[in-house]
Design a protein around this ligand. Structure first.
Ligand SMILES: Cc1ncc(COP(=O)(O)O)c(C=O)c1O
Length: 390
């Protein structure tokens, strides 16, 4: 390859403000340490520690053997879309029809389609902060701007007045993620109602992200699309990644009315043309097979949460128990007020890998994110190492 690229070898401008995940850089550093033979207590990840249940794996094997390997409708096989409609009605109280549901390659593709369908260059998106970082890049890809709204401020001063303070004439949408990554906040019904009230008042779209809907320890999971007047202005994205330990399978779904569904359908059609057909049959098994997988996972996460959170508090890292998801987000200013430095110290001195809170926006500064989706031994070992080495 020639050393000097012609000036025309320039990435399209729309990707200029789209970043790569910091988390990948942390993972690389962990792999480097492990390659040198260091034992690293890994808390930086973001996926279930359990394997995918056997009944789901058996369903994909059966689909392959039955030659269910051809193109499927781009929006998903009818059997799966029908099962999703049932699940949305019974579990989320969202009264959707088959035409309101699209099967996508994980929450990420649903979110990509949601923002592509709603955000024009120059539009603002309100987001409770700290927030899951890729949203910034998904919005940047549309030429939009993220406007962080501190969750603590909303909780202290009321959701509606707080959102109203941050809204501008350019505000087009609110991203509403509950349970929240990284803080583990589960928004209450009253809070969701306030967000909905403001969205209706200001004629905003809500992009709801329920990736962790099945991992709730305290409180209830309220789907904002189920509130009065909200189904037509909400695009909700779901994924099987976290609930069924299927991160690598890449399957989820989105629910929306028109015109948003046309946007989701176009963005899916012209990117992946749908989800792999055998994977969709596996997802059908996940949603329709009687199993205690969701309950046993929740109980296992709760045990890990309690162990990690009490250990962190004993170490002086103030940490409220998260009400949902599988992350603890303690204050680590006693190590260093710069969360990147604090994470570096945790890794270098205690071999404990975490994600600096500032990665999740300015309101995450002073914190680091620990995932407790790992073995009890890792949690005990990591706590012990911090006790001895910090
Ligand atoms: C808040 C949130 N939303 C969506 C996703 C997307 O998950 P996936 O694309 O694996 O379905 C994640 C994954 O980490 C997440 O944390």
């Amino acid at each position: 390859m020639s050393a000097t690229a012609p000036a025309s070898f320039r990435l399209a401008k729309r990707l200029d403000d789209v970043g790569f995940s910091d988390i990948v850089q942390i993972r690389n550093r962990v792999m480097e340490l492990r390659a040198r033979g260091a034992a690293v207590y890994q808390f930086e990840g973001g996926e279930p520690y359990r394997p995918t249940p056997d009944y789901i794996k058996q369903a994909v094997t059966a689909a392959l053997q039955e030659n269910k390997t051809r193109y499927a409708p781009s929006s998903g096989i009818p059997e799966l879309r029908r099962a999703i409609v049932d699940k949305l009605r019974t579990r989320n109280h969202i009264d959707a029809k088959e035409e309101n549901v699209i099967v996508v390659n994980g929450g990420m593709q649903g979110l990509f389609g949601a923002f592509q369908s709603t955000i024009d260059p120059g539009d603002d998106v309100l987001i409770f902060s700290p927030y899951w970082t890729p949203i910034k890049d998904l919005v940047a890809h549309c030429g939009g701007r993220l406007v962080p709204v501190p969750t603590d401020e909303a909780r202290a001063e009321g959701f509606r007045p707080t959102l109203a303070r941050y809204a501008t004439a350019k505000t087009r949408a609110i991203y509403f993620n509950t349970p929240t990554n990284p803080s583990g906040v589960v928004f209450t019904r009253a809070e969701a109602e306030e967000v909905a009230g403001l969205a209706i008042d200001r004629d905003l779209v809500v992009v709801a992200d329920e990736a962790y809907e099945d991992i709730v320890y305290e409180g209830e999971q309220v789907s904002i699309a189920s509130l009065p007047g909200m189904s037509e202005r909400t695009i909700t994205t779901f994924t099987l990644s976290k609930s069924y330990a299927m991160t690598g399978w890449r399957i989820g779904y989105a629910v929306a009315t028109q015109p948003w569904m046309a946007g989701l359908a176009k963005s899916t059609l012209y990117s992946s043309n749908g989800v792999s057909t055998p994977t969709q049959w596996a997802a059908l098994a996940a949603l329709t097979t009687e199993s205690d997988f969701l309950e046993t996972s929740r109980a296992a996460y709760r045990e890990r949460r309690d162990l990690l959170v009490s250990g962190l508090n004993e170490l002086g890292f103030t940490c409220a128990p998260p009400a949902g998801a599988f992350y603890a987000f303690p204050d680590v200013t006693s190590i260093n007020s710069d969360s990147r430095k604090a994470a570096e110290i945790l890794l270098d001195k205690a071999q404990v890998a975490t994600v600096p809170g500032v990665v999740f926006g300015p309101h995450g500064e002073g914190h680091v994110r620990f995932s407790f989706s790992t073995s009890i031994e890792t949690i005990q070992g990591g706590l012990e190492s911090m006790r001895r080495n910090l």
